[in-house]
Design a binder for this molecule. Structure first.
Ligand SMILES: [Zn+2]
Length: 72
């Protein structure tokens, strides 16, 4: 049931336009579509391993990227 709830929560976020279908955060809960990425870890100075995405308006954490995909 936990999996189902998590899945439904992601579906809900996609349907509200907060995240794209590949889970990229594109809109904050405050309604802002402006964001800034903070790179947490880099491989070979060019390939980003991990980054956090924050809302540019309210500074809320919108999502995190790690090793090639957005974390749900
Ligand atoms: Zn916000």
């Amino acid at each position: 049931m936990e999996f189902k709830n998590a899945f439904e929560e992601i579906e809900d976020r996609i349907s509200r336009g907060l995240v794209s279908k590949d889970l990229e955060p594109i809109k904050c809960k405050c309604g802002s579509t402006e964001y800034k990425d903070t790179i947490m870890s880099v491989h070979d100075a060019s390939f980003v391993l991990e980054k956090d995405r924050y809302c540019a308006k309210c500074n809320a954490l919108m999502g995190a990227w790690a090793y090639g995909s957005w974390l749900p």
